[in-house]
Design a protein around this ligand. Structure first.
Ligand SMILES: Cc1cc2nc3c(=O)[nH]c(=O)nc-3n(C[C@H](O)[C@H](O)[C@H](O)COP(=O)(O)OP(=O)(O)OC[C@H]3O[C@@H](n4cnc5c(N)ncnc54)[C@H](O)[C@@H]3O)c2cc1C
Length: 488
């Protein structure tokens, strides 16, 4: 269920190696794709080549995103330094420089395995490569606890996906990727010169550059106005963050998640997005801490959040986010080509927004004003500064951030454009299925109609900075993200 044939070509028995083209699950552990590639290598008795690639020509490519990915390549290089395989990390030095690279590598391979990520330019890219290759290309789904192909419909609300999961998920929880897919495998060791011809034309990025990539990145044709953030990318930093969360965040998660100044959320979304961390690893660590096994799961199908897993309230709240809400977005991207379009909103939301499109707007801002945190609202500006400086916004304020963009733009369609651009440009976890769930949630997706009907919003759920200020303690947050400068 997690394996898809991208083309109809056969395995080439004359090939010299098995190629894993790592494009989304950028890690060596808990990775179904790597597990599958290692399986092929053992079965075909061929060495394994792992090609982790990063292009420059995609929208929103910046120093911030490149640094995060290169930090992951540094960890992957270290993790595979003693493995009997070739790890080939490659960063395109200029646009289209990598043209022909993959087909050259694949021409000597028996089979190519890649990652199945349902969003952004990746599905198009994989499909196009599949057409060009005359050997088998498989994409492997390591996205969620539920395989993407286990559901053949998308879900209008979290409640309906939760019901589906309560019924269908348990057997899938027993099929987990191996924590160390390379350990104990007996494929032949790779001769370091195996792909020398390809690497001569397209040199791998070296360990020194990966240790300190700033000068290298400065020369790339990407957006240098979005600088790296303090948070480190890579599987090692992801593990540290997961440990921090389980010890310090989870015990307060149910109560404090919305409390901006008592930060207790996991802050794992960027690692999950870049594949530096697997949701299966998070789930395994959580269940270990909770001393939980599958027999504790409730057989009832209620759609309700609590009392499903048979874990602590905090763990159940966290699972509702990292399983139900997270996989809602992946399911939508997998099944619908319009996941990033305004037209994908539910009819009631489009109708109510249409009815209110002529409502007078007291404030209207442009993309540029939003980007530079130049609204009249200090809390909104602070959230935008956090996004620009740190590549994230606290979850509660992220909802407010989106809702106010709807309030202060001349059309809801333009509001969607502003949110997509700013989120994907600055947020480390942007360009993800949940970028679009979050953004379109602000416009009514996965929600119901709310009363009273209001100006501009109509029946769309309304949020205000004033009520956030009343409910939450925000003085420290406002101080931290104040000032005219966007970057610290
Ligand atoms: C306007 C807007 C834009 C958003 N853009 C993104 C985005 O680009 N990428 C992204 O991953 N999430 C996005 N979200 C969802 C959510 O804000 C983030 O996933 C969450 O804040 C990440 O912080 P965390 O890892 O500390 O979350 P935690 O609270 O620790 O949750 C654990 C994990 O569950 C998932 N999750 C949590 N909340 C949600 C949610 N509401 N919807 C879907 N999955 C969720 C994430 O994978 C997260 O890492 C957006 C939400 C809004 C309102």
């Amino acid at each position: 269920m997690r394996i898809s044939d991208i083309n109809q070509a056969e395995v080439n028995p004359e090939g010299k190696y098995v190629l894993y083209w790592m494009i989304a699950n950028r890690r060596t552990e808990w990775n179904f794709s790597l597990q599958r590639a290692a399986w092929w290598a053992e079965r075909l008795k061929r060495p394994l080549v792992i090609f982790e690639a990063l292009r420059v020509g995609y929208e929103w490519a910046s120093d911030r995103l490149h640094t995060f990915v290169l930090q992951g390549m540094r960890d992957n290089l270290a993790a595979m330094s003693d493995a009997p395989l070739i790890y080939y990390p490659y960063v395109e030095p200029e646009k289209d420089a990598a043209k022909g690279l993959l087909t050259s590598l694949a021409s000597d391979a028996c089979v190519v395995v890649t990652d199945d990520f349902p969003c952004f330019f990746l599905p198009r890219m994989v499909k196009a490569v599949g057409k060009k290759l005359n050997i088998k290309l498989e994409a492997i789904d390591s996205n969620g606890l539920l395989p993407l192909r286990a559901a053949d419909r998308d879900f209008p609300r979290a409640h309906s996906l939760r019901r589906f999961l309560q019924k269908e998920l348990p057997p899938h929880l027993e099929i987990v990727p191996q924590a160390n897919p390379l350990s104990g495998k007996s494929f032949p060791a790779a001769d370091p010169k195996l792909i020398a011809g390809v690497q001569k034309k397209w040199p791998a990025i070296d360990a020194d550059t990966l240790d300190d990539p700033a000068d290298f990145i400065a020369k790339l044709p990407i957006d240098h106005d979005v600088p790296p953030v303090e948070r480190e990318g890579g599987p090692l930093a992801a593990k540290t963050q997961l440990k921090w969360f389980l010890k310090h965040g989870l015990p307060r998660y149910g109560e404090d998640r919305n409390d901006v100044e008592k930060e207790c959320a996991s802050q794992l979304s960027a690692y999950l997005h870049f594949g530096h961390l697997s949701v299966h690893e998070v789930f395994a660590a959580l269940t270990k801490q909770e001393k939980w096994d599958l027999s504790q799961i409730s057989p009832k199908v209620t759609g309700s959040r609590q009392g499903w897993w048979g874990m602590s309230d905090n763990a159940e709240s966290f699972l509702d986010e990292i399983v139900t809400w997270r996989e809602l977005g992946y399911n939508m991207c997998h099944l619908r080509d319009d996941y990033d379009k305004y037209s994908s909103l539910p009819d009631w939301a489009k109708e109510t927004l249409e009815e209110h499109k002529e409502d007078e707007r007291e404030f209207i801002y442009t993309m540029n004003q939003f980007e530079h945190a130049q609204t009249h609202d200090e809390l909104w500006n602070a959230a935008q500064r956090q996004l620009v400086r740190e590549g994230r916004i606290h979850n509660y304020l992220r909802m407010l951030w989106g809702k106010k963009i709807l309030h202060w733009t001349n059309t809801p369609q333009y509001a969607a454009q502003v949110m997509i651009h700013l989120n994907n440009k600055y947020a480390l976890d942007g360009r993800n299925p949940n970028s679009y769930s979050g953004i379109f949630w602000c416009l009514g997706r996965y929600d119901r109609a709310w009363g009273p009907e209001r100006e501009i919003f109509g029946k769309i759920r309304y949020m205000t900075s004033d009520s956030a200020m009343r409910k939450l303690s925000l003085k420290g947050y406002l101080r931290e993200y104040s000032g005219d400068r966007l970057f610290t």
